[in-house]
Design a protein around this ligand. Structure first.
Ligand code: ADP
Length: 293
């Protein structure tokens, strides 16, 4: 059994990007710039955005953080997005989700210029991905593709069972794994909360990708010997022995499942660390105008 080390992989990718930024600078080019819009003070969102800004600093990107109270109006937010769309210094930007209820998140996402939509959430990028065109891929599925690729995991002709159909993880993952590409060329089954007999499907899987948010959903009896298991779940569960009072648990019953696997991601330290690296990669691609020319 091999552990898929997301931390190490993420560090390697960030190093590669940092080298490229140095080369851009040396050639007198424009340093990539990522802007992040954060609404409110939700602890998780504040941490995520701060980590994104820190990553920019580390690899030599420019960054700007635009913060609003959660009383900001939709109009004010749309106005800022318009400014960012038009700002030539900003190569890409993100609006950290979730947004407060009085703001229509779909409208906000649709107002982002697809050429700067480095989260890959705009319907134009989603559509381009489905059509097999060059697009910004959402960070989590892109990170999983990187893990499969960098550990040289075979996917062609394999049966891949994706659990969860969210717009940002499960659904795009199922589409990408079915594409005529590497990683891809898999036969894909997409399971979700209405799936009858989840175990029947997962037992046939060569590759299981779970993005549900139910700790311990995937048990050892659901996994075939030699399977590749990718766990996207990160749920906080109470743990009195930790200073924070909680720990993160994945969808997979790791201790029981790991011995059966050829490859498996730990939680934390698996898919999670790759998401920031993928955001940085999308920002670099935006600066290089690789997707839309
Ligand atoms: P994420 O953003 O990490 O993908 P979401 O909470 O948006 O997570 O999505 C959770 C997904 O998990 C949904 O698509 C839902 O259908 C799926 N799901 C929820 N419960 C089950 C279950 N018991 N079995 C299989 N899939 C489930």
């Amino acid at each position: 059994m091999t552990l898929l080390d997301g931390k190490k992989t993420s560090e390697a990718i960030l190093q590669e990007i940092a080298h490229e930024v140095q080369a851009i600078k040396a050639n007198g080019g424009k340093v990539p710039h990522l802007a992040a819009v954060l609404v409110g003070n939700d602890g998780g969102s504040v941490t995520y955005v701060n980590n994104k800004v820190l990553a920019c600093d580390r690899i030599g990107f420019g960054s700007s953080l635009i913060r609003y109270e959660d009383t900001v109006t939709e109009q004010e937010l749309l106005q800022k997005i318009q400014e960012l769309n038009e700002d030539d210094n900003v190569d890409g930007f993100i609006v950290q989700l979730p947004l407060p209820k009085h703001i229509n998140a779909e409208k906000v996402i649709e107002s982002i210029d697809p050429r700067k939509d480095v989260d890959g959430f705009h319907p134009t990028n989603v559509g381009r991905m489905v059509a097999g065109l060059n697009a910004y891929l959402p960070a989590t599925p892109a990170g999983i593709l990187q893990l499969l690729q960098r550990y040289d995991i075979q996917t062609s002709g394999k049966h891949c069972v994706v659990i969860g159909r969210s717009n940002i993880v499960g659904s795009p993952m199922s589409i990408l794994m079915s594409k005529a590409a590497y990683p891809g060329n898999a036969t894909v089954t997409l399971c979700h909360r209405n799936t009858n007999n989840l175990a029947y499907h997962t037992r046939q899987a060569d590759i299981i990708i779970s993005a549900v948010g139910i700790p311990g959903l995937v048990t050892a009896d659901m996994v075939k010997d030699g399977a590749v298991v990718i766990d996207v779940g990160t749920t906080r569960v109470q743990d009195a022995s930790r200073k924070s009072g909680y720990r993160l648990r994945g969808d997979v019953d790791f201790d029981a499942v790991a011995p059966k696997c050829s490859f498996i991601t730990p939680v934390p330290g698996g898919v999670g660390p790759l998401t920031i690296a993928m955001l940085m990669q999308n920002t670099l691609r935006a600066a290089k105008k690789e997707v839309y020319g």
